[in-house]
Ligand binder design. Structure first.
Ligand code: PMP
Length: 300
């Protein structure tokens, strides 16, 4: 049994390059370019009662990102999906809620940057019980700050690629924690609202839901697209548009979306109270719908 202090389940089985191995056997070389350069792609996925949520969309984003960085995933999307289910089963998570981390690294090479000599990408999958934001945050709402670190310029490293190179978000996350918040808002190179360090952002203004477009330089969140579909189903108009901080401060409601966060209500931004200072009505309705979708009680 492993003595890894960070993982609760010491018998966790990890999928690593086609095999299920114990925690202590799940090792990657110091010459892997995923480690040396953050060269690789990943996904953070949820499963509810053993059913992987929006798996096709996660696979699409993973494979599109890999293609963008010229990384060939050594499995077909079908094989990848099967490997995820196999890993959940091996950990007794096939009838529970879980968090899944799927990672593809460039693989082992030498110290040069160019990946030409790294012929064997590594694939690993970690599945474990899910750690969420504390449940109180969904009742009281969360506070956000705007951070100074701007989101990566999309023409330099597109935030649409969920790459292993997360320093941009990590630097922003450090600022959030320094300010006493668990999340924060990142602006883009033009000063427009982009997204949070690990979540997308929405506001409600005069009955219309608004969220920055992908051209603002954001990760095209899968929860974000589910929420857009849920809002349309309720007849709520949705607009993807450039937002300034002013728009956030003047909004009636605000919330974050992400695989781990689901839909998290925001009640204060940079010291400005949003709406009534309590989680908004539409936010809570969308959260209820979202949870119904995850329980398979509603289809969108
Ligand atoms: N933006 C960033 C930067 C993220 O890391 C995430 C989490 N993967 C999100 C948004 C939300 O995306 P999703 O809904 O697909 O989890």
């Amino acid at each position: 049994m492993s003595d890894n202090p960070y993982v609760k389940n010491k018998n966790l089985q990890i999928y690593l390059n086609g095999e299920l191995v114990g925690l202590d056997e799940a090792k990657i070389s110091v010459f892997d370019h995923g480690l040396l350069y953050g060269d690789g792609v990943f996904e953070g996925i949820r499963s509810y009662n053993g059913r992987v949520f929006e798996l096709a969309a996660h696979m699409r984003r993973l494979y599109d990102g890999a293609k963008t960085i010229r990384l060939e995933i050594p499995l077909s999307a079908e094989q990848f999906k099967e490997s995820i289910y196999q890993t959940l089963k091996a950990n007794g998570l096939d009838a529970k809620d879980a968090y899944i981390r799927a990672v593809v690294t460039r693989g082992v090479g030498y110290l040069g940057l160019h990946p030409a000599k790294t012929v064997n990408p590594s694939v690993f999958i970690i599945t474990d019980e899910c750690e969420l934001y504390p449940p109180e945050l969904y009742e009281t709402g969360m506070e956000l700050v705007t951070v100074a670190t701007i989101r990566n310029h999309p023409a330099a490293l597109s935030p649409r690629v969920k790459s292993l190179n997360y320093l941009n978000n990590i630097l922003a996350q450090i600022e959030c924690v320094d300010a006493g918040c668990v999340e924060g808002i990142m602006l883009n190179h033009e000063g427009h609202v982009a997204e949070c360090t690990g979540d997308n952002i929405f506001i409600l203004r005069d009955g219309e839901l608004q969220t920055p477009p992908t051209s603002a330089g954001i990760l095209e969140g899968i929860t974000r697209s589910v929420v857009i579909r849920l809002a349309k189903r309720r007849g709520i108009p949705v607009q993807e548009k450039q937002l300034l901080r002013y728009d956030l401060y003047a909004s009636d409601e605000c919330f974050l979306t992400g695989s781990a966060a689901e839909i998290a209500p925001i009640i204060k931004i940079d010291g400005r109270v949003i709406g009534t200072g309590k989680p908004g009505k539409i936010t809570l309705e969308l959260l209820e719908d979202f949870r119904a979708v995850t329980r398979d009680e509603l289809q969108v």
